[in-house]
Design a binder for this molecule. Structure first.
Ligand SMILES: CC(C)(COP(=O)(O)OP(=O)(O)OC[C@H]1O[C@@H](n2cnc3c(N)ncnc32)[C@H](O)[C@@H]1OP(=O)(O)O)[C@@H](O)C(=O)NCCC(=O)NCCS
Length: 171
């Protein structure tokens, strides 16, 4: 079900504290992210710099889904600055548990793809996802992503190994 009260907008420096808190929180809500609770690699100051660096950067974006002042989800595309690699954007996405299943992930990816098609550089999007994450795999396939490869035993969690899919699509 689509929640029309959600506002989608780019991240601003004033959001940095909330973004760091959000990632540190959702890291503990799911094991499907690469980081755990309180393991998000940036502190607030570094997050401010990262958002500032997005200003005028045509191949990197951080898109937020906001429920009033609360972050419901964040999706990003990051690309290399290198000439031979900058056409490829890497997508990352997380929607907080209480907001999942409402179409927010779909809307975030729709908007990111639209943005990527219009930036004049990006021609391909790739992402990594645990092979045993059916929600994410189904979501990506809905947009035309295909499984391009599999890194075996890439995640080690509580003594058990999990495979990682590399998924990609040309725009
Ligand atoms: C994956 C994630 C971003 C999806 O966000 P969401 O807002 O819940 O997604 P949507 O509500 O738009 O649903 C998207 C699709 O997911 C799939 N889906 C949803 N629930 C599902 C389930 N229980 N089983 C299988 N597929 C499911 C469907 O294909 C759905 O598309 P549909 O609405 O056309 O049927 C979100 O679940 C999440 O952040 N999970 C934890 C972190 C994570 O896994 N991130 C991705 C790491 S690669």
């Amino acid at each position: 079900m689509k929640d029309s009260s959600i506002i989608y907008r780019k991240a601003m420096t004033e959001d940095a504290e909330k973004i760091v808190a959000f990632y540190n929180f959702v890291g503990g809500e799911t094991t499907f992210l690469s980081f755990e609770k309180d393991e998000y690699p940036l502190n607030v100051e570094e997050q401010v710099s990262a958002i500032e660096a997005l200003e005028g950067n045509e191949t990197n974006i951080m898109l937020m889904a906001m429920d009033g002042d609360e972050i419901a989800g964040i999706a990003t595309i990051n690309s290399s600055h290198k000439i031979k690699a900058r056409h490829e954007g890497e997508l990352g996405i997380v929607v907080a548990k209480k907001y999942q299943g409402q179409g927010i992930g779909t809307e975030l990816i729709t908007r990111l793809i639209e943005w990527a098609r219009g930036n004049g550089v990006t021609t391909r999007i790739r992402l990594d996802t645990r092979a045993d994450n059916p929600t994410a795999v189904a979501l990506y396939m809905k947009f035309g992503f295909i499984v391009e490869g599999c890194c075996r035993n890439s995640t080690l969690l509580n003594g058990k190994y999990y495979d990682l899919y590399i998924m990609g699509m040309m725009l």
